[in-house]
Ligand binder design. Structure first.
Ligand code: DX5
Ligand code: ZN
Length: 221
């Protein structure tokens, strides 16, 4: 069964505490926090003051996704939030190896995220150091976008790389994940599913989380 990491980007920001309490009592595993800087991606979301408020109420591990340039500047601040996973983009880190070691040095899981156009093969020489690889299955910057089909095959290739090298990295997929795409991603080897609009636009978000968790356990399509 996959871990489910609902993205708070699709929550009702006027009722954040209510939405966080809903997730606390749901079967979700992590809280996915999307930070956008208007430079690395063409949108701005929220920053540390809002995440600190979220962290006060959240009762599950925080999965922080930094869609920003120079994410290494914020490792201490992300740690201070109490984050479990810190995801940085491959495309934003010139000295990725150093950044990964610094994240692990702070006691967090180090996640590296790939944009849709970035091949899995760029991770050959660092996969053994990673705790998690996150594949973007949409172009980062917005919730509610259409799933890029190629991501299923890419997940399969990442699974092969991890298995071949004996890496213990988890595979997380972010963007356009719903029951249908989620099921195929889990069958391709995904361990963690991020879901924003699929959860928060569902008539019963907690039930949708249960359905997403069951994704891939029965053959769907
Ligand atoms: C996109 C974000 C995603 C997004 C997912 O840039 O990284 O986490 O919120 O939203 P959905 O599930 O609606 O595609
Ligand atoms: Zn994200």
């Amino acid at each position: 069964m996959p871990l489910i990491s609902p993205s708070l980007l699709s929550a009702d920001f006027g009722n954040l505490q209510r939405d966080i309490e809903m997730l606390n009592s749901s079967e979700c595993d992590w809280f996915h926090l999307d930070v956008m800087d208007g430079v690395f991606v063409p949108n701005i979301s929220f920053g540390f003051p809002v995440m600190e408020a979220m962290a006060q109420h959240a009762k599950k591990p925080l999965d922080v996704h930094l869609m920003i340039v120079q994410p290494e500047k914020f490792i201490h601040q992300v740690k201070a939030l109490g984050a479990h996973v810190m995801n940085v983009h491959y495309e934003a880190c010139t000295h990725l190896h150093r950044v990964v070691q610094q994240i692990k040095g702070e006691g967090m899981l180090a996640g590296v995220t790939l944009n849709p156009h970035t091949p899995v093969s760029v991770l050959e020489d660092i996969i053994g150091d990673l705790d998690l690889v996150m594949l973007m299955s949409v172009n980062p910057g917005f919730g509610g976008q259409k799933f890029i089909e190629h991501s299923v095959e890419k997940t399969r290739r990442l699974r092969e790389l991890i298995d071949r090298t004996g890496s213990s990295a988890l595979i997380e997929i972010d963007g356009g994940v719903n029951r249908e795409t989620g099921a195929r991603l889990v069958q391709a080897g995904a361990d963690v599913l991020v879901a924003g609009s699929a959860v928060f636009r569902a008539p019963d978000p907690a039930a949708e989380i249960v359905a997403l968790k069951q994704a891939g356990t029965t053959s769907c399509c």
